[in-house]
Write a protein that binds this ligand. Structure first.
Ligand SMILES: NC(=O)c1ccc[n+]([C@@H]2O[C@H](COP(=O)([O-])OP(=O)(O)OC[C@H]3O[C@@H](n4cnc5c(N)ncnc54)[C@H](OP(=O)(O)O)[C@@H]3O)[C@@H](O)[C@H]2O)c1
Length: 302
């Protein structure tokens, strides 16, 4: 089967993840990266250097679909311009409930007019998590759902590591290995000239960590690490009564950006099976999102 040729529009966090996932995939190809004129000259990561960068979708060749990775407020206008070229779009706007419904209606009109499919809100949340929420509700009618966001790893500041020479800031987490033993992960943001090995030795030698399995990881930015480590608990309780107490829990410790990229690619694989108009993720057949691996997925996951 000919690989779907995708354009990534907007090269921020989600855009970069999408571009890299497409290049790493076996069934999709990256036709172009579309950027605003002010950013088009910016340097791309090594693996994307051969990809054409344009400032307008019309300049990109043979595009089967566009992944819109621009701020939510800019999506409707950019989607309109791309649909005009007869190119299907996928967005991952951060809108929920009525706001997402109105957004879908607006895109639906344009998609019908230009006779192409569009998938909106195709990220982690909204997106994959909406599908889980919907299933939880189907399984326990009349119940109640609570969504709690939390930090994926329980990270706390460590004064000891912060006081080591060369350390700008440090965070520590306790992780239980498969054998039940506790390991300590110490993440350090270093001063420019600091020697990472010396810092690691000094931290491990401190009485607080001595005798513990302590791993020290230098990172570019602790703020980004805290962001990446976010997680969510979806907690659904069926109604009390004759049918017993059903309690469904989903806990995810994940990087929203990476999962959003995966969902956008999965949604793109479903496009060839969709009629013109706009869809949200729960409205798309799951099998279609596996693309050419649909049959295998059915055998593996049923
Ligand atoms: N559903 C989910 O779970 C989920 C999760 C994460 C993010 N999102 C959504 O994904 C989208 C992208 O998020 P992100 O974290 O990648 O944002 P980001 O890092 O700020 O990147 C957005 C990119 O869009 C371009 N851009 C910025 N302002 C623009 C404007 N006014 N008009 C057109 N393009 C503009 C820029 O790329 P260039 O410089 O290359 O032009 C920018 O790097 C947002 O809509 C966000 O809400 C959804």
């Amino acid at each position: 089967m000919k690989p779907l040729r995708l354009a990534v529009v907007g090269f921020g966090r989600v855009g970069q993840v999408c571009a890299e996932l497409i290049v790493l995939s076996h069934d999709l190809s990256l036709a172009a990266i579309v950027r605003r004129p002010a950013s088009a000259g910016g340097k791309l990561p090594e693996m994307l250097r051969s990809i054409p960068v344009t400032t307008h979708i019309g300049q990109a060749k043979d595009v089967d679909a566009a992944l819109l990775c621009v701020p939510t407020h800019a999506v409707v206008e950019i989607a309109g311009q791309i649909l005009q070229h007869g190119i299907p779009i996928i967005d991952c706007v951060t809108l929920h409930g009525e706001a997402l419904h109105s957004h879908k209606q607006a895109i639906h009109k344009a998609a019908l007019h230009h006779r192409v499919p569009a998938i909106v809100g195709a990220g982690w949340d909204p997106g994959a998590l909406s599908v889980f929420r919907s299933w939880f509700a189907l399984l326990t009618p009349g119940g109640a759902t609570e969504t709690r966001h939390h930090s994926g790893l329980s990270l706390r500041h460590t004064t000891m590591a912060q006081s080591v020479r060369g350390v700008k800031d440090a965070l520590c987490a306790e992780v239980r290995g498969p054998d039940g033993r506790v390991q300590r992960y110490v993440y350090v943001e270093l001063e420019k000239q600091a020697d990472a090995d010396r810092v690691a030795q000094a931290i491990r030698a401190d009485p607080l960590f001595l005798g513990e399995d302590t791993q020290v990881f230098p990172v570019e930015s602790l703020a980004e690490l805290e962001e990446e480590g976010r997680g969510v608990v979806l907690d659904r309780r069926g109604p009390p009564g004759r049918l017993g107490h059903q309690h469904l829990l989903l806990e995810a410790r994940c990087d929203d950006t990476l999962l959003t990229g995966q969902v956008m690619l999965a949604a793109a694989r479903a496009l060839p099976e969709l009629e013109p108009g706009a869809y949200v993720l729960p409205g798309i057949p799951l099998g279609a999102m596996w693309g050419e691996r649909a049959e295998k997925a059915q055998r593996d996951w049923l």
